[in-house]
Design a protein around this ligand. Structure first.
Ligand code: ZN
Length: 350
């Protein structure tokens, strides 16, 4: 083999996904190992190192064929130093990930926030392909996000740029967030947030509702239940969805005033709700941004063409892999900068 390979690592709270990838983005091999969070994640870098060494031996890759490792980790990260301030799901606090993984493997390592890397991946080969300015938001247990300006991930002075999930959307009386603040977007528009809003709504009144029946049967509800009940015409669930969508639309509009994106890509488990979520998000996004930012006027034709191209591409994808969720189809609303909902991020489900 002449071409150099890159190693991609996606570090999650339960699984570590790894892959050998060539420079065109083609995945040569991918595999998973479990995340061992015991002892505040002290074994994780060792496990990653061992897993890479084992796969390299299987493929008989030489060390000189590997360019380095790019790792996406959850939490607050200083990308330049490769330092994790805090990763709640992993158990790391003030952890020098870059240094530890370089020592373990002997390869150069680049560390970034997983949502930033997701944004970059979408721009490179995914739903944001062709966009130079992009916002990518992953709606799962939390709200992850990355902002791309002029083709580059924005990190800011201490690596916190693009953390839309921790944008304050309820300045007074908001729920507590994992970050230590209250009223963050994550507290209302993540799967956890939507569940909490729904439980609150059920507590406020005792009216008949499909959602209440689900709650009484299961003893709990999930964000998915809320969307399913809303689809069945349950007004309480629809009100919860509208609230979550309103805050998300507001936050996306506010963020979009900063980078005026070509595309906004929504992913993650919650985005599988499809048009049920997207329609109100677009409604509020439009309300809270400027017309030229929303993109209806100037880029109308350009977007139309792009949508046709995306439609063809997605049709091809569905043929190859079967229709994954029905959500990858081009969206019904008029041309806008939302490229759509990206099914490949569905494993980030809450
Ligand atoms: Zn927060």
């Amino acid at each position: 083999m002449n071409e150099m390979l890159n190693i991609g690592v996606d570090l999650g709270g339960t699984t570590i996904k790894m892959a050998f990838i060539d420079d065109s983005g083609k995945v040569i091999e991918k595999w998973n190992i479990k995340t061992d969070t015991a002892g505040n994640g002290k074994n994780i870098t060792r496990d990653i190192g061992h897993a890479i060494a084992q796969k390299m031996a299987e493929h008989q890759f030489r060390r000189t064929e590997i360019r380095g490792i790019g790792i996406g980790a959850p939490g607050f990260i200083d990308m330049r130093a490769g330092f994790i301030y805090r990763a709640v799901n992993i158990g790391w606090e003030n952890y020098p990930l870059k240094e530890a993984l370089e020592r373990q493997t002997g390869f150069p390592v680049i560390v970034d926030n997983d949502a930033n890397i997701a944004a970059f991946g979408e721009m490179w080969l995914g739903a944001g392909k062709g966009a130079n300015d992009l916002i990518c938001v992953t709606l799962g247990t939390g709200v992850g996000s990355g902002i791309i300006i002029n083709g580059d991930i924005v990190h800011g002075a201490s690596g916190m740029a693009g953390e839309i999930g921790h944008m304050t959307v309820i300045p007074k009386g908001g729920a507590a967030c994992n970050c230590g603040k209250t009223g963050c977007l994550e507290t209302v528009s993540s799967a956890t947030g939507i569940r909490r809003l729904a439980l609150e709504a059920l507590g406020y009144n005792d009216s008949e509702s499909i959602l209440r029946a689900v709650f009484e049967e299961k003893g709990d509800i999930s964000a998915e239940d809320v969307f399913n009940c809303a689809k069945k015409g349950d007004s309480l669930s629809a009100a919860v969805v509208d609230k979550a969508a309103c805050y998300l639309g507001y936050a996306l509009a506010a963020a979009s005033m900063v980078n005026n994106p070509d595309k906004v890509v929504l992913g993650g488990g919650v985005s599988q709700a499809g048009d049920m979520l997207l329609r109100p998000v677009i409604h509020y996004f439009k309300r809270y941004s400027l017309p030229k930012v929303f993109g209806r006027s100037d880029c109308d034709r350009k977007v139309r063409k792009r949508r046709r191209r995306d439609r063809r591409r997605l049709a091809g994808q569905n043929k190859d892999h079967g229709s994954p969720s029905g959500l990858t189809r081009p969206l019904a609303p008029p041309p806008h900068i939302f490229n759509g909902i990206h099914h490949r991020m569905k494993d980030k489900q809450a």
